[in-house]
Design a protein around this ligand. Structure first.
Ligand code: ADP
Ligand code: DP6
Ligand code: CO
Length: 361
């Protein structure tokens, strides 16, 4: 006869947005703790549009930790999943669900296993920071399940050990990841700069050029860059520190011209160090390059910039328009240059405001 105590399952579901770096993290000084070689700054997207939804479940009937990503089982044996699970388990507390008659003590968590089901509502491993939303959501939902009492700062530091960019997804608005100096990573933390209301005229549009999984993951790409690029040290030590200061100021002042200049320059330099890697890494494709030319020409013809572009480790464009009017004009331009059902059809996601599509007819 089945043991009654084996029958219960306790579940928690959470949703976490992705974030896109405007000054990019590329290169680690510690692969296990995930410590960066430079500071970075990102903007967290509206969770209504690009996000991860993760459900975590615990039951005495589970005999091992298991995870399904977008419906397919994945291995949890990698160090980054194990690091997150271990750090959260170490902080677990008593949990009681009176209605279901469940009582889990702090000690019980050492022997209980979890099942995780996670879905990204946007392309995975295609340069739209799925690892950021994914690990932030994994850590957050596990923490809720295990009644972890730590603040977002601690959860962010744990998420960092899953994927560096994930530490910035625990906060909204513009967020800085301070690389820190300590060997144990204690000062390598995400700091919110301004919340999402500070610069709410900005409209972010994602142009999905290709939703296929990239050939080189961010983790191995940045490892190869650090090992082989002659330019990466100059970028990390000389260029980025100055840009971080200028970017923080531009964000505080809502100075869109400086913001655009820095964002585009940093994206282009990041792709330049990828090209300087041996063998070279090509994250952007011809369509990505055409989007850059289109935005550059438009910004120059207007005199004042209307749109900033940035590309993460993938071909997909993240376009940040100065306001709704520029965003509507941008969509018109994209539809003109990349017509639907043509070879370069863009599957555009409109972020921030669905009525924009109605505006342009
Ligand atoms: P991206 O540009 O999408 O962040 P990365 O190469 O950095 O691409 O990371 C992709 C990897 O992140 C995936 O192969 C998977 O291991 C992990 N990942 C993606 N989504 C999730 C998720 N929802 N939960 C946990 N891990 C995820
Ligand atoms: C280009 O955080 O995905 O998106 O720490 O190895 O998981 P791991 O890498 P990841 O790298 C992100 C690189 C980037 C820039 C950024 O998000 O800052
Ligand atoms: Co990533």
């Amino acid at each position: 006869m089945a043991d009654e105590s084996q029958k219960w399952v306790l579940m928690v579901t959470a949703q976490t947005p992705t974030n896109i770096a405007v000054i990019k993290y590329w290169g680690k000084r510690d692969e296990n703790l995930i410590l960066a070689i430079n500071d970075s700054i990102s903007v967290t997207l509206d969770p209504a549009h690009l996000c991860t939804t993760t459900t975590v479940a615990v039951s005495p009937a589970f005999n091992q930790d298991r995870m399904w990503l977008n419906g397919k089982e994945i291995s949890l044996s990698g160090g980054r999943y194990q690091n997150c699970l271990r750090e959260i388990r170490a902080r677990a507390n008593d949990v009681e669900d009176e209605k279901k008659g469940i009582k889990i003590t702090k000690k019980d968590w050492e022997n209980l296993h979890v099942h995780v089901a996670s879905y990204n509502n946007f392309p995975t491993a295609a340069g739209l920071a799925s690892s950021a939303a994914g690990f932030a959501c994994l850590v957050y939902s596990l923490a809720k399940l295990m009644n972890v009492q730590e603040d977002n700062g601690m959860l962010s530091a744990i998420a960092r050990q899953g994927s560096g960019s994930a530490c910035r997804s625990l906060y909204g608005g513009f967020v800085k990841w301070v690389m820190g100096k300590e060997e144990n990573g204690s000062d390598s933390i995400a700091v919110p700069l301004v919340d999402e209301k500070h610069w709410d005229e900005l409209v972010i549009i994602i142009a999905v050029v290709c939703s296929r999984q990239k050939e080189t993951s961010s983790t191995s790409g940045m490892r190869e860059t650090v090992e082989t690029s002659a330019l990466i040290e100059h970028r990390a030590k000389e260029v980025v520190p100055k840009r971080i200061i200028q970017m923080e100021e531009a964000i505080q002042k809502r100075d869109f011209a400086t913001f655009t200049h820095l964002t585009c320059a940093d994206s282009n330099q990041f792709h330049a160090v990828c090209l300087d890697t041996s063998p070279p890494i090509f994250y952007m494709n011809d369509t990505s390059h055409r989007i850059i030319s289109c935005v550059e020409k438009w910004n120059r013809s207007e005199g004042t910039p209307q749109v900033a572009y940035t590309f993460d480790a993938g071909p997909n464009a993240v376009l940040i328009a100065r306001n709704r009017t520029s965003a509507a004009l941008l969509l018109q331009r994209l539809l003109f240059h990349f017509p639907p059902n043509s070879e370069t059809d863009l599957n555009s996601y409109v972020i921030g405001d669905k009525s924009l599509m109605e505006d342009i007819g």
